[in-house]
Design a protein around this ligand. Structure first.
Ligand SMILES: [Zn+2]
Length: 418
């Protein structure tokens, strides 16, 4: 199979053009989901798509699909399409590449096929998943979650932002801004999906590699721990009579950290206590209660189960004179990607001489949900110092081009498959 070369200069130019919508003084992008600016970004993508003769569709949750048809012989024009994409919304004062890279790498692939007059057996699509960041409407990844049936459409449309604006009213505004867009049903199948993204960490940079071949998205379990003691006078209560919830909670936290470190010699597990509150929170009162939250992530379901289940046991063993109550508040299973996509990504990186390594995604992405619909995978490129969700987020033009090249290769191979 011949793999056409993408246009590196064009994909970079489109990045800089898209980054103008919501550009901040600090060099980043502020473009919250379904804001006027995000709708403007969708309109720009629509304009570029129409100029190349691609068709555009929207679905009921505000995902946008740009399609280049498959071979027009008539016999295969109804073949299930393949797709690539990501998101155009950003975090507040976010960067120019998170999300945009996946959308524009896919767009460059379609343009390359168009330039070459390439005929693909299957239609090839760009998917712009709505509200990936979850910065305006909770939860994030909601466009891909609703599309693939992991979240209810009605529940998500009823969500409101901090000003009380419903997601439904914003989705209606998006549809109104693109009156010529066709209507897409939720959950329409794909034969394969690949998403390019910046790494948002430093493994590629440290290794001097260009392409991360993503094998899995790690899973997570989140726990709330409540430690109940007894509030008491800090001046008059001797140690022997205290039920100090702070002491018990810190003993539990230390024991947990030691247990996780001892059982994770390769530093794979991510164990974080990001919230820790003592009550009633007065200078002269021995705390009667502490609440803290644990965010635990790992790529292996077995380890998620073993280490996660140990939290309750360790908390009880270290509660002392207090009482520890552990509640699991949310969880997501690890999502292994399909070997057939992983292998295509790796083969493309090799073909073009891009230094590459297999790695997991430590952050969640839309491909997590697409993976439940069709064989899916991801391509990472480095971002400077791993900085992301920040105006300083930065990627090199050559790496952006490499991402577009790999996406183009993988899309083409998937699109020609029976
Ligand atoms: Zn992203």
């Amino acid at each position: 199979m011949d793999f056409p070369k993408i246009n590196a200069e064009r994909v970079w130019r489109r990045h800089m053009e898209l980054a103008r919508i919501g550009a901040t003084a600090g060099g980043g992008v502020h473009r919250l989901a379904l804001s006027d600016l995000d709708i403007e970004a969708h309109c720009l993508m629509n304009k570029w798509a129409r100029a190349r003769g691609f068709s555009v569709e929207l679905d009921a949750i505000g995902n946008m699909f740009i399609r280049r048809p498959g071979t027009s012989s008539g016999l295969t024009s109804d073949a299930v399409p393949v797709a690539s994409g990501s998101h155009t919304d950003t975090q507040p004062f976010g960067g120019r590449f998170d999300g945009a890279l996946g959308v524009l790498a896919a767009f460059e692939a379609l343009e390359t096929f168009e330039d070459q007059g390439l005929e693909t057996r299957r239609p090839v699509e760009i998917a712009i998943w709505n509200n990936e960041e979850g910065a305006r409407f909770m939860p994030g990844l909601s466009g891909s979650a609703v599309y693939t049936g992991a979240l209810s459409l009605d529940d998500m449309l009823a969500c409101t932002d901090s000003d009380g604006v419903t997601m439904q009213s914003c989705v209606e505004r998006l549809h109104a801004a693109l009156p010529d867009a066709g209507k897409r049903k939720l959950g329409q199948p794909y034969a394969g999906f690949v998403e390019a993204h910046i790494e948002q960490a430093t493994l590629l940079e440290e290794a001097g590699n260009t392409i991360g071949v993503i094998t899995d998205i790690q899973g997570n379990r989140r726990f709330e721990v409540e430690v109940l003691g007894e509030a008491a006078h800090s001046g008059t209560t001797p140690r022997a009579r205290r039920k100090d919830a702070f002491i018990a909670a810190t003993n539990i936290a230390t024991a947990l950290r030691q247990h996780f470190e001892a059982n994770d010699p390769d530093d794979i597990a991510r164990f974080t206590i990001g919230i820790f509150n003592a009550y009633p929170g007065a200078k002269s009162i021995v705390p009667g209660k502490v609440e803290f939250f644990i965010d635990f992530r790992h790529p292996s379901s077995n380890t998620l189960k073993e280490l996660g289940d140990a939290i309750d046991v360790i908390a009880k063993a270290n509660q002392g004179t207090c009482a520890a109550i552990v509640r699991e508040v949310s969880s997501a299973a690890p999502e292994p990607f399909a070997d057939e996509i992983i292998n295509k990504v790796a083969a493309s990186a090799e073909r073009h001489g891009y230094g590459n390594q297999r790695m997991i995604s430590c952050a969640g992405h839309d491909a997590r949900f697409l993976s439940r619909l069709c064989p899916s995978g991801m391509v990472f490129i480095p971002c400077k110092d791993g900085v992301s969700h920040n105006e300083k987020e930065s990627a090199e033009p050559a790496d952006v081009a490499a991402a577009a090249q790999v996406v183009s290769d993988v899309l083409l191979e998937m699109a020609q498959q029976q």
